[in-house]
Design a protein around this ligand. Structure first.
Ligand code: PLP
Length: 430
């Protein structure tokens, strides 16, 4: 019953695990091991040949990570998932699992600063070109696409602009063109399920809301299993041509008995095998704990953030509030078309006094933490222009939506009275 539940509250507690087969432990154990004893030489050979699935070495798979992968895959409605060392690894692998030197991909301009740098600079070093387009215009993805384009990429709710990405519209175009749409859903787990709106692959920084307690860095890729790689085979040689690094395996053929999992299996057995950015079992355990309360927390974050948005909108020192629930017109329509149960924890605002007022505000906060993170249960605040986005040029900062006086909040799940009291005090100083 629980395994088939479609309710996130049940999935996060039950999917992928009942009890430890060796000890009957109800909590998922931390399988802190590097390797796994083979039954015999035939078993070992079968595992290496992928004729049988099983544990070989923790760089490539681990039973604690496996439960987390199954749970997040179930939560997203995907076929399988891959746990990785960080959100940055997840986006790097999501792209390089399809692109090689000479290829390109199309991305929304509205990205987390670290992802922007990865796409604009580091992947360029590898010969992979990112073509940035304005997500306001879904057709721009089509115009930027040519025969060497391997995928499209965007964030569900990119901060700092916090304008919901038009997933259904762009996913429809991606299907027509024959490229997968990869969504970074870090800011909106549970509230938005990108695969249900037509996206093909989801990436997460589990560091944020999924962990929820600010203890561990991690990432995840979820394969929706819905993209037909063979139909568009010429575009995806890494999946449809013999792989010299795995005795000529053609991934779309080799994994057919396991289901539509060519993309995620290749990411595991090639990229994770060779690059090695694995999630530690201890961190997977922490994310499993976080996941158990994720639906409750996302609702509490959303309720508090909505109340903060309402409060700031009426404050005389605040010139602008950026929160999906406060937006009007097309931005609101897009948010309402993909969000359920609220708009999440992230909120931005601009102070009348510009950059100096922003700094004074941050320095006067007593309960909010001043950190370069989002998605902690505690309330967090930052001034992006002088911190997270400071490595971008002023033009690139503006392109990602960071003005000098912009303050970003990740509203936590404390009592709303305490949150508003801290904001009131800091606004007096701003
Ligand atoms: N994607 C988004 C939307 C993020 O906010 C972040 C980190 O802030 C990342 C990816 C990168 O994740 P990590 O810090 O786990 O590498």
């Amino acid at each position: 019953m629980t395994a088939n539940s479609t309710h996130p509250e049940t999935i996060v507690l039950h999917a992928g695990w009942r009890a430890d087969p060796a000890t009957n432990s109800v909590a998922v154990p931390i399988y802190q091991t590097t390797s796994y004893q083979f039954r015999d030489t035939e078993h070992a050979a079968n595992l290496f040949a992928l004729a049988e699935m099983g544990n070989i070495y923790t760089r490539i798979m681990n039973p604690t990570c496996d439960v987390l992968e199954q749970r997040i895959a179930a939560l997203e409605g995907g076929v399988a998932a891959l746990a990785l060392a960080s959100g940055q690894t997840a986006s790097t692998f999501a792209i390089t699992n399809l692109c090689q030197a000479g290829d390109n991909f199309v991305s929304s301009t509205n990205l987390y600063g670290g992802t922007w740098n990865l796409f604009a600079n580091t992947l360029k070093q590898f010969g992979i070109e990112c073509r940035f387009v304005d997500p306001e215009d879904p057709e721009a993805f089509v115009r930027a696409t040519d025969e060497r384009t391997r995928c499209w990429y965007a964030e569900t709710l990119p901060n700092p602009k916090l304008e919901a990405f038009p997933i259904p519209e762009v996913a429809r175009l991606a299907e027509q063109v024959g490229v997968p749409l990869i969504m970074d859903n870090t800011s909106a787990p549970v509230l938005c399920r990108p695969l249900a709106h037509g996206a093909h692959i989801v990436v997460y920084s589990t560091t944020k809301f999924i962990g929820g307690h600010g203890t561990s860095i991690g990432g995840m890729i979820v394969d929706g299993g819905t993209f037909d790689w063979e139909k568009h085979g010429k575009r995806f040689p890494l999946l449809t041509q013999p792989d010299p690094s795995y005795h000529g395996a053609v991934w779309t053929e080799a994994v057919k008995p396991l289901g539509p999992v060519a993309y995620i299996i290749r990411a595991r057995v090639i990229l994770l095998r060779d690059i090695g950015a694995a999630m530690s079992p201890f961190n997977a355990f922490q994310f499993i704990q976080g996941l158990e309360t994720l639906p409750l927390r996302m609702r509490a974050h959303s309720d508090n953030a909505a109340a903060v948005a309402h409060f700031l909108a009426k404050h005389p020192k605040v010139t602008k509030v950026i929160y999906p629930g406060q937006m009007a017109g097309e931005a609101r329509r897009r948010a309402d078309s993909i969000f359920k149960h609220g708009y999440g924890a992230l909120l931005g605002f601009e102070l009348q006094g510009g950059a100096e007022a922003g700094r004074r505000f941050i320095d006067a906060l007593k309960m909010f933490y001043h950190v370069a993170n989002i998605g902690d249960s505690r309330s967090l605040a930052i001034h992006p222009a002088s911190t997270t986005h400071s490595q971008l040029s002023p033009e690139d900062q503006l392109a990602t939506g960071v003005t000098p006086g912009y303050v970003r909040l990740s509203v936590g799940i404390e009592h709303i009275d305490d949150i508003l009291a801290d904001l009131t005090r800091a606004l007096e100083a701003a």
